[in-house]
Design a protein. Structure first.
Length: 611
């Protein structure tokens, strides 16, 4: 912790918490001209099926246009000519073989980087109605020991996850949050066990364990952690809200290890709050500063018992267009405060703070957020539900439709320029759902009010029968066009949860609970049923993580096993002729994977529209 931290704890920010708008602070160091990108290897995976071995790998944005590939099995080339797709079925090949892919540019085979050699073996999984549609890999976990509180005993369940290259080897590691079984929604009184975060290699080696301590309450809205390379050293950091008693991966303790600020209802409404950056490789503390926005007067956030004061959101954004900043936020039912932080040279520095006061984004926040360059100026904005905050921390616009539970941002309507935002609304007087221009807030479509809380809704291209994305929700009938709200099919999908690229065509499939299905106007077709796995977050039924972390551009889904002893990674074995760079190299998609664990998890979307 820097020596100035304790002094700053006494000097709470004044202008940024009393005046609506943005307060700007100096930043450390000049930003580079070109946005920094993760260095990824080929992500080569191999799965043995009844047909032989299915091989899949990444196309990278740095590959030359027209790059093709030769595939080698145990050093022998098995492709007769270079192939332009990024998957290959090696018919009749035996198991336990090692594959290498080598890029071919203008007919000349390139030297294969060491990080691209070999292949990660996965096991065939039989499920769904169409035979083998997936491969799996288990990442063994070390379950934390349970304990007891004044409210009773608890054990642990694996919960939300994220990924980052923690050690700089070009491969992703998994950061996993463990929730105690007595975790609480903010509206529920009661003590909880400590929130714990682990980091794992894909072979199950645990890199570190961070214990947030008794002064961070456990639940979906308290700990939103970010995993990203903020200082551009090639290794990701892990950032989250901390408190007295937080213990790092190397045993460092923040503040007073014996402090206990829990009240008789289990809430933590006093004591210092911190923002801490942990080193990704070992979980050591790199810097700790006072958390902004501070809680201040609890009743300023909408109630006096601690429900709305402890509603946190977090994200990562390139607000300067070149280097990533940490976004930390508090409040959305009423007052909303958002702070952007830089981590440069080993130190956190606050860039700007937005405070809604009683206007602007007041009451417009969601249980989630999104990050996108909505005005195409190279710098990211924060889509905060029904309001959007510009890259400089000023309010860009508010639609005035209020709080909601689901949010999707992408090029949903490719027939018009720019990005669009789809939201559903909790306020019974608001439209059940809307689509608006991401830059201006201009409405493309507003559904009539249903007089109810529309709790679920999705925007994605799930049906080739209409151009662009479709939208649907729990309270509005039919499948509708994102461009204008017109109904394009009478039947809407059977789930309003996540969507995933899985079967090799340009459309996304439905991901709900532990199942993947294909939308059809006459009924959904089951493609995959997870075996021995469970979803997270109660009725939200979300995975540990959904992201393109291995193989070609299709997405993987990670669920916890029902006994919490492993994370099971599922990857498709369907061939595809579509060649596309790794989704993780699309900035908007990569940032969406970083914020996916925030509160009510939402699926990631890229900046582009599917053909």
């Amino acid at each position: 912790m820097h020596r100035s931290t304790l002094i700053r704890a006494l000097l709470v920010v004044t202008s940024s918490v009393l005046v609506a708008g943005a307060v700007t602070y100096p930043t450390a160091g000049a930003a580079p001209d070109v946005p920094q990108a993760e260095r990824l290897d080929r992500g080569l995976i191999s799965v043995h099926t009844g047909k032989g071995n299915f091989i899949s790998w990444r196309l990278l944005t740095g590959d030359a246009r027209g790059t093709a590939f030769n595939v080698y099995r145990d050093g022998t080339k098995v492709t007769s000519t270079p192939i332009t797709r990024t998957n290959f079925q090696d018919h009749g090949a035996p198991a336990n073989t090692i594959y290498t892919v080598r890029p071919v540019v203008n007919g000349v085979e390139q030297a294969s980087a060491a990080s691209a050699d070999g292949s990660l073996r996965m096991s065939a999984h039989t499920g769904g109605e169409v035979g083998v549609t997936a491969s799996t890999r288990d990442v063994p976990l070390q379950i934390p020991a349970g304990g007891s509180t004044p409210s009773g005993s608890f054990t642990y369940e694996a919960n939300d996850g994220s990924v980052g290259d923690l050690d700089g080897d070009g491969q992703y590691e998994i950061v996993l949050k463990w929730n105690p079984t007595n975790a609480k929604d903010n509206a529920q009184a009661g003590y909880t066990g400590n929130t714990i975060l682990d980091a794992y290699k894909l072979d199950g080696r645990r890199l570190w364990r961070i214990d947030l301590g008794r002064n961070i309450r456990s639940g979906a809205h308290y700990t939103q952690f970010q995993v990203f390379d903020y200082d551009s050293d090639g290794r990701a950091e892990v950032v989250m809200k901390t408190a007295d008693g937080t213990r790092s991966g190397t045993g460092q303790v923040i503040g007073n290890a014996n402090a206990d600020y829990r009240n008789s209802s289990g809430y933590v409404l006093s004591g210092p709050e911190f923002l801490t950056v942990f080193r990704g490789s070992d979980g050591a503390i790199l810097d700790t500063e006072n958390y902004v926005p501070p809680r201040g007067n609890v009743s300023d956030w909408g109630d006096n018992y601690g429900n709305r004061a402890d509603r946190f959101l977090a994200a990562t954004a390139y607000v300067d267009g070149s280097r990533p900043s940490i976004i930390m936020a508090r409040g959305y039912y009423t007052r909303a405060v958002i702070a952007a932080w830089d981590f440069r040279g080993g130190q956190l520095t606050r860039r700007w703070t937005y405070d809604s006061g009683r206007g602007g984004a007041y009451g417009q926040g969601n249980h989630n957020l999104s990050v996108a360059d909505v005005d195409a100026d190279g710098r990211d904005e924060i889509v905060y539900g029904s309001a959007t905050i510009d890259d400089n921390g000023a309010l860009m616009y508010s639609t005035g439709l209020g709080h909601g539970d689901a949010l999707h941002v992408s090029d949903l309507a490719p027939s018009r320029p720019g990005l669009e935002v789809f939201t559903v609304h909790e306020w019974t007087s608001s439209p059940a759902m809307d689509v608006h221009d991401a830059r201006t807030g201009q409405f493309l479509y507003r559904a009539p009010s249903c007089g109810c809380d529309t709790g679920r809704g999705v925007a994605a291209d799930v049906w080739a029968g209409s151009p662009g994305a479709e939208i649907w929700s729990s309270s509005v009938g039919g499948l509708r066009s994102a461009a204008n709200g017109n109904q394009v099919a009478a039947r809407k999908p059977g789930s309003q949860n996540f969507v995933i690229w899985w079967d090799g065509d340009a459309q996304r499939e439905l991901l709900d609970g532990t199942q993947i299905s294909k939308y059809g106007t006459g009924g959904d077709t089951r493609l995959l049923t997870g075996s021995g796995v469970a979803s997270n977050n109660g009725t939200k039924s979300t995975p540990v993580l959904q992201a393109d972390i291995l193989g070609d551009w299709r997405e993987e889904v990670i669920w916890r096993t029902t006994d919490n002893r492993a994370l099971r990674i599922y990857s498709t074995t369907d061939p595809t002729s579509i060649s596309r760079p790794s989704l993780m190299q699309d900035r908007q998609y990569r940032l969406a994977v970083a914020w996916q664990n925030t509160a009510y998890n939402q699926p990631p979307h890229p900046s582009f529209a599917t053909p």
